[in-house]
Design a protein around this ligand. Structure first.
Ligand code: DPP
Ligand code: ZN
Length: 847
């Protein structure tokens, strides 16, 4: 059925040393000539080259045309019979024709607003030319581009250019997925970076004319990334030039092509008027991410796509560490855990659960998931926790020294850590091969000065994996005495059994435990504890993550109780009050404590406890808790709101962003008291997008957003990135009952240019983010959403498949909603000619 299995891996039977490509660009008939220098590893093998949607013009071996009997051409590639191949090295030359202008899937060579660009990961290069399109085939590329565009870019260093042509040479062998070409009318913001060994690299941020006033931040982020990778990992840049290009039509966030990173413009362009604080943070983080791939991805790549998390998990870990150093580490960690739970725990709890290293797939594009990326990063973080910072750095140094220039596996990676530490990591490896989120339960005893924690770990079955043997779980624990002083500083317990006890001796009184500090493992911690104890930790824990976590679980528990009619927990209301105006705590941290768990997170928690999640009751409970918090702390919130105003010029730095974040968190609660008066005033006077959009969202949530939405649209209709926010905000935050109808109305808006992935995601993602709106009991949200997946699929299967994950939470809800979701999935699955991408997803979603 077209499934690829990890166990079927075989090395490629040829070596490929150099590739010479010539592009003659034309929108409907681009000619690509490829000269491959090949050499058989053993006698008698056929030569298979991948190729899809290519028109073969000519084919020659060592300069002589091949006869039709020498090869076979199929939908998926070109195979040359062994008898037609020489015993030694040879050169194969192909010429093909492709049509970038009609390529709406945005994979391979395509056009975005008149500009040529490429996206080859994972398997897009086979839509450009016949080639062994697999990551373990690494070759040196020389590229000649002929075309009318003034700017012609490819990987590596520029080696020649003239009127209508340019040549590029990449000295570093690379797999085809890292190939890139860009051609168009582009302008560069230029800078440079001198590496630690004194080599100067030119830096260019390329954008469409008119966008160049929003590139400074991106350029600075490249420089900070380059510096950080030298300091944190000893990694130096290795080419004369680093090019980064922003494109408006892009399926993903960004792509780490060697020396020529291509970015979704939303992750490059920023000005105070058009980008939010969150945009700035993400731009810096993703620029870091793609740059860090230069070593973890490009210099050392993956043997096959099952090993994707080898580069992605590690590189996410690196970008998280970078952001943590550039901004506030504790706040970054909390943000990352919120995102991990929202996406990865959600994935692990449903029909799409898979290990960070899967062992089979039909369409690899469906495995660019939160599990591969974010859980992959958690697994690397656990290695750092187990080895300590110095041990971890030594292992990383060994990884770079041993594997530079290679295509590697998770086994290679684990072996490096075993060799560097002298430890056996066999059990630890299960984090890579086993799916599911372990649930950790803990009980405590105190006797004769000895405090004992007993843990049990349990992971529920996931698709294809019934048995879950125990894993090695690093549990960071500290103990706090009754007076609030820490009596035992953080210690990492290594749990290896299904049930295991750890004792702390010589204590004068029963302590309060702070367990899983810094979120030391991606598990669900289940602990019977009193609200009073959680409030105590919220006030006293020295670990900022667990301090926040105490407030979070208090909020979650009171919200869950409120869905069945309970009143807001008094302990929670009091505890939060103490923090709002606590000048000793960082504003960004206080903002995080003030923000309630999302409705989706509450639904996830309810389902995890075996109950049915009711979206309407959850929405009502969350609204009621906001009202209760505001009623209780109105004066403090109002004073904090005023105190956080920043009259000076906008700066994207973390300290300023933190104050804005606290200000908006106060505003959200105050809106339940002042009828939206403050939000309306802020919207009128805001001088930056963070506050403008924040105020707009609050007005929308109160059903008072129409005039503001109209003004916002009138002002920003020519700015695509800002208009994406307009679509998303009103759908995500409007009263749930109207979300599906609003979505249908917006889909008729002439600005809904749905073939643009950002715009499609803005609308559909906005709707699915409105939890109770998407899950409206009559199924209107599901129907609308499925209609559009069906419509997008033939145009852009990758994005359609990605968006289908909105249905992965089906099992949480009542039988009526479940049946409606199932019916929509079945309707999609029955569509004739459905893409491999979306049909794999619907099959897995239907279970
Ligand atoms: N490799 C890209 C990234 O994660 C996504 N295709 O950076
Ligand atoms: Zn990546």
């Amino acid at each position: 059925d077209g499934t690829t299995y990890l166990s079927d891996y075989r090395p490629y039977p040829f070596t490929l040393s150099t590739v010479s490509l010539t592009f003659r660009l034309a929108p409907r008939a681009t000619r690509v000539t490829a000269r491959l220098a090949l050499s058989p590893r053993a006698a008698g093998a056929a030569l298979h080259l991948d190729g899809e949607e290519l028109k073969l013009i000519s084919l020659a071996l060592d300069g002589a045309a091949l006869a039709p009997a020498d090869y076979r051409l199929t939908e998926t590639g070109l195979t040359i019979h062994p008898a037609a191949l020489p015993e030694g090295p040879f050169t194969l030359e192909t010429e093909v024709e492709i049509a970038p202008e009609t390529n709406t899937a945005l994979e391979g060579l395509y056009m975005s607003k008149g500009m040529y660009c490429t996206q080859c990961e994972a398997e897009g290069f086979r839509k450009i030319t016949f080639y062994p399109d697999r990551p373990d085939v690494m070759a040196r590329f020389h590229v000649r581009i002929e075309g009318e565009a003034p700017v012609l870019l490819s990987n590596g260093n520029p080696v020649g250019a003239g009127d209508g042509w340019a040549e590029w040479d990449d000295p570093w062998p690379k797999p085809a997925y890292l190939f890139a070409l860009v051609a168009g009318e582009l302008v560069a913001t230029q800078g440079s970076f001198t590496t630690m060994s004194g080599r100067k690299a030119d830096l260019n941020v390329w954008v469409r004319p008119g966008d160049e006033d929003r590139t400074d931040y991106a350029l600075g982020a490249i420089q900070r990334s380059m510096k950080w990778d030298e300091e944190a990992f000893g990694r130096e840049y290795d080419l004369d030039v680093f090019n980064l290009v922003a494109v408006d039509d892009f399926n993903m966030g960004a792509m780490e092509n060697k020396g020529l990173n291509i970015f979704n413009s939303k992750l490059v362009l920023a000005s105070p008027e058009t980008a939010t604080d969150l945009d700035y943070e993400r731009i810096e983080g993703v620029i870091g991410h793609e740059y860090f791939h230069n070593w973890t991805g490009d210099r050392i790549t993956c043997r096959d796509w099952f090993q994707l998390c080898l580069k992605e998990g590690l590189t996410v870990f690196r970008d998280q560490s970078f952001t943590s150093d550039m901004r506030l580490g504790a706040v970054k960690r909390i943000e990352d855990v919120i995102a991990l739970r929202a996406r990865q725990f959600r994935e692990d709890a449903g029909p799409l659960a898979h290990p960070p290293r899967p062992d089979h797939y039909r369409e690899i594009n469906n495995f660019y998931t939160s599990t591969v990326y974010e859980k992959g990063a958690e697994v690397v973080r656990m290695l750092q926790t187990l080895l300590g910072p110095d041990g971890f750095r030594a292992a990383m140094d060994l990884y770079f020294a041993r594997h530079d220039g290679q295509a590697c596996t998770i086994e290679d990676w684990i072996t490096v850590f075993e060799d560097a530490s002298g430890r056996d990591l066999g059990q630890f490896k299960r984090w890579y091969t086993d799916a599911g989120t372990p649930h950790l339960t803990v009980t405590e005893t105190f006797e004769n000065g000895t405090y004992t924690l007993e843990f049990t770990q349990d992971t529920k079955p996931t698709p294809g994996q019934a048995e879950k043997p125990p894993r090695l779980i690093p549990i960071a624990v500290g103990l706090i005495g009754p007076n609030g002083d820490e009596v035992v500083p953080t210690r990492v317990l290594e749990m290896t059994e299904a049930r295991q006890s750890f004792a702390f001796e010589g204590l004068g009184a029963k302590p309060v435990p702070s367990i899983l500090r810094g979120f030391s493992a991606p598990v669900v911690l289940e602990r019977q504890t009193s609200p009073a104890e959680q409030a105590f930790l919220l006030a006293n824990d020295t670990d900022p993550f667990n301090r926040w976590e105490a407030g979070r679980s208090l909020a979650r528990e009171t919200l869950i109780a409120m869905t069945t009619g309970a009143a807001p927990d008094a302990e929670y209301l009091d505890a939060v009050g103490g923090l709002i105006a606590d000048e000793a705590a960082d504003p960004a941290f206080r903002a995080l404590v003030l923000r309630l768990p999302s409705e989706d997170e509450i639904a996830q928690a309810i389902a995890a406890s075996g109950k049915v999640a009711d979206p309407d009751a959850i929405h009502a409970a969350r609204t009621a808790l906001m009202q209760a918090l505001a009623a209780r702390h109105e004066a403090t919130l109002a004073a904090t709101y005023e105190a956080c105003a920043q009259p000076g010029a906008y700066r994207p730095e973390a300290a300023d962003a933190g104050r804005r974040s606290l200000r908006l968190a106060c505003l959200a609660l105050l809106g339940t008291r002042d009828g939206g008066a403050r939000a309306a005033a802020l919207f009128d006077n805001a001088t930056n997008m963070t506050e403008s959009l924040g105020a707009l969202g609050l007005l929308v949530a109160q059903g008072k957003g129409e005039a503001a939405l109209a003004r916002f649209r009138a002002r920003w209709q020519d700015n695509a990135l800002v208009m994406d926010k307009w679509f998303t905000t009103q759908l995500a935050l409007c009263p749930p009952a109207e979300a599906a109808d609003r979505a249908a109305r917006l889909a008729e808006d002439p600005l809904f240019t749905w073939k643009n992935p950002n715009r499609f995601r803005a609308l559909m993602g906005g709707l699915s983010a409105n939890h109770a709106g998407f899950h409206r009991a009559d199924g209107a949200g599901y129907r609308f959403y499925a209609d559009w997946l069906i419509r997008l699929d033939p145009v852009n299967p990758q994005t359609a498949a990605r968006m289908s994950t909105a249905f992965e939470t089906r099992a949480r809800y009542d039988a009526g909603r479940q049946a409606k979701i199932r019916a929509e999935l079945e309707r999609i699955a029955a569509v004739e000619g459905l893409s491999r991408d979306l049909s794999e997803m619907t099959a897995r979603l239907l279970g």
